[in-house]
Write a protein that binds this ligand. Sequence first.
Ligand code: ADP
Ligand code: NAG
Ligand code: NAG
Ligand code: NAG
Ligand code: NAG
Ligand code: NAG
Ligand code: NAG
Ligand code: NAG
Length: 668
Amino acid sequence: MEHQPFLLLLVLLGFALVAFCSGQNQYIYHGFAGKNLTIDGTSKITPEGLLELTSDKNDLNGHAFFPTPLHFRRSPNSTVQSFSANFVFGIQSFYTDRSYDGMAFLVAPTNNLSTAWPDGYLGLFNISNRGNSSNHIFAVELDTFQNSEFGDISNSHVGIDINDVQSVNSSFAGFYDDNSGIFRNLTLYSGQAMQVWLEYSEEATQITVTMAPIDTPKPKMPLLSATYDLSTVLTDPVYIGFSAATGPVSTRHIVLGWSFGIGVPAPAIDITKLPKLPRVGTKSRSNVLEIVLPIASGMFIIIVGAIVILLVRRKLLYAELREDWEVDFGPQRFSYKDLFHATQGFKKKNLIGVGGFGKVYKGFLAASKLEVAIKKISRESRQGMKEFITEVVSIGRLRHRNLVPLLGYCRRKNELLLVYNYMSNGSLDRYIHDVENRPILDWAQRFQIIKDVACGLFYLHEKWEKVVIHRDIKASNVLLDAQMNGRLGDFGLARLYDHGTDPQTTHVVGTMGYLAPEMVRTGKASPLTDVFAFGAFLLETTCGQRPVKQDSQGNQLMLVDWVLEHWHVGSLTEAVDMRLRGDYNVEEACLVLKLALVCLHPFPASRPNMRQVMQYLDKDSPQPELAPTHLGFSKLPLMQNKGFNPSVMSYPELMTSIGTFSGLSGGR
Ligand SMILES: Nc1ncnc2c1ncn2[C@@H]1O[C@H](COP(=O)(O)OP(=O)(O)O)[C@@H](O)[C@H]1O
Ligand SMILES: *[C@@H]1O[C@H](CO)[C@@H](O)[C@H](O)[C@H]1NC(C)=O
Ligand SMILES: *[C@@H]1O[C@H](CO)[C@@H](O)[C@H](O)[C@H]1NC(C)=O
Ligand SMILES: *[C@@H]1O[C@H](CO)[C@@H](O)[C@H](O)[C@H]1NC(C)=O
Ligand SMILES: *[C@@H]1O[C@H](CO)[C@@H](O)[C@H](O)[C@H]1NC(C)=O
Ligand SMILES: *[C@@H]1O[C@H](CO)[C@@H](O)[C@H](O)[C@H]1NC(C)=O
Ligand SMILES: *[C@@H]1O[C@H](CO)[C@@H](O)[C@H](O)[C@H]1NC(C)=O
Ligand SMILES: *[C@@H]1O[C@H](CO)[C@@H](O)[C@H](O)[C@H]1NC(C)=O
């Protein structure tokens, strides 16, 4: 009895009905309401029938697969048949000029991609398996972020991907006009619906991709093609579906309709049956204005007067500095007005920290619903600013799950503002030193954060297109995100320091106890000076003490000497933070302490590089050996004051310098 009205409802929902066409190898979805897809992560089907792969969360991904596996081969040993797929999608970003990160249609051996990463990995791969032919994944990516490390050509491109986010062929998003043959660019993240046609030919082993705005019929000339025998890539059976990923800012990736054909063409999507994309931006003005206008005309003069006064005030309040050369950096530039409102006018109650370069405010960007940390740096040197901002922008493209994402900047007279994602759990030092009422971090959390920081630093040193030296590794520069992942912050600012000072004087910057001896002598930073600081960070985190302490007589005590002494007399476990009350993994803690001592070796050549550090921490290598020379360790000029300004030493917290972007690019 209950079935009757229920069935009726289903019929009424007909516009979103999936029609199973003749033959088992053709499927079509006009909307997804009530449809059985295998979805995970951020994916959901809205009541209107939109398949929303990602919505309002950053740094996450979502997938949606056809519920059953499919056979692309006639028999297990034959070649992959011709197939085709059409789909209509829309990407809606909170910004008009940027979006993170993209989506893909994919064919994969599994519907469980839970180990894949968001951001540039698009929810398809992760850092360790990308490029590996054991993935057996074929995908067409619609990518809205230019990851230069993956060879991306622009922030709006389409690519054919085989086992890797580095495409085998890619093109700017767009289409060739049928009449004129002229290429017309499309912006993937414009918020408008677009259609994609994907075809694979068994005979020619050719993949072609065509796209167009939703109201344009399929263009004759394909956008992109690649000759690749998918029989060598795909397993049998396979899962087909979609993946999408967000980065530091949330973006909506939506599929409206989808059809698919194996051995036969995919049925054409009837765009009139598709659900509508939600509106982006503000609603259009109503014509109430027209009625009110005659009445308002009387007040016109008063309003103009008020506006003039407001504009003048605004101009002074929100004044910014903009130069011609900055035009290239449009996407990463924030308006001062937005930042001013985000922090309620840089109110004191929004101040979350004071660092070496200036104050850090918490802010909320209303347009993108994003919490940010805004660093206000109040000194500016005219010369070198261009190079500095170029680097900040370039580093802003550098993204990794263990680095604090830099979203952009804003420039005013005598002031530079840097905008980072807000890390809700603050900096690590607050969990180690002034713990107040906070529970102390247990060993498992500390060890995970140590591995996170190592991973982030390894990326800076070896994985990006240039070698980036951080220059100021320490617990207060390790921030904890909502999931308590450790993320390195504050890279990229040392250049500001360099440009701001007289090039004749070399200035050693860094934090006491973290400075490698050769750095003190020569003032030159290198990846190995970072490793030294990383060693000091390991001790700080494991022992729960600062690298340098003052005793009651005002003498400086080096933590490393103390730990070394414990190692020497074979009581290394006594150096571990007492507040853990013995509740920790002894093997791991000893590994970390020994590794710290190796990293703190006074001779740079004796320190491991970050790749080796990662191997030790992953327990892929046997524990590091401490050489007997370590016994004389503390007698070496670890902290000799040559060329070192004594006032710097008494105010270690103030003299922070921040990572530099090194010109060492050829050096590895
Ligand atoms: N992205 C962020 N999210 C949350 N808090 C932050 C962020 N960046 C900085 N902070 C807070 O501001 C404080 C000062 O930051 P910073 O200027 O980086 O310090 P320093 O220069 O001493 O390294 C940090 O200790 C941290 O508590
Ligand atoms: C969805 O499809 C899967 C695979 O065919 C099946 O196991 C499951 O029962 C279906 N769920 C619903 C609600 O129909
Ligand atoms: C497929 O090929 C393998 C060897 O290449 C052979 O052992 C197997 O019998 C073949 N299976 C079929 C169904 O032809
Ligand atoms: C997906 O795989 C992971 C391990 O790789 C496993 O932990 C998880 O339970 C799997 N999820 C499903 C839904 O099978
Ligand atoms: C990457 O994915 C593979 C599965 O494809 C998984 O075994 C591995 O642990 C993942 N690696 C990372 C670093 O997440
Ligand atoms: C590819 O993945 C397989 C299985 O996960 C692994 O054994 C192999 O070492 C990987 N190859 C490379 C080059 O990473
Ligand atoms: C399309 O966009 C790309 C990158 O945004 C640009 O380089 C190219 O010149 C544009 N092409 C046309 C025809 O506008
Ligand atoms: C990439 O696609 C374009 C457009 O179809 C085609 O002209 C070009 O030959 C392709 N390049 C490769 C390497 O397949």
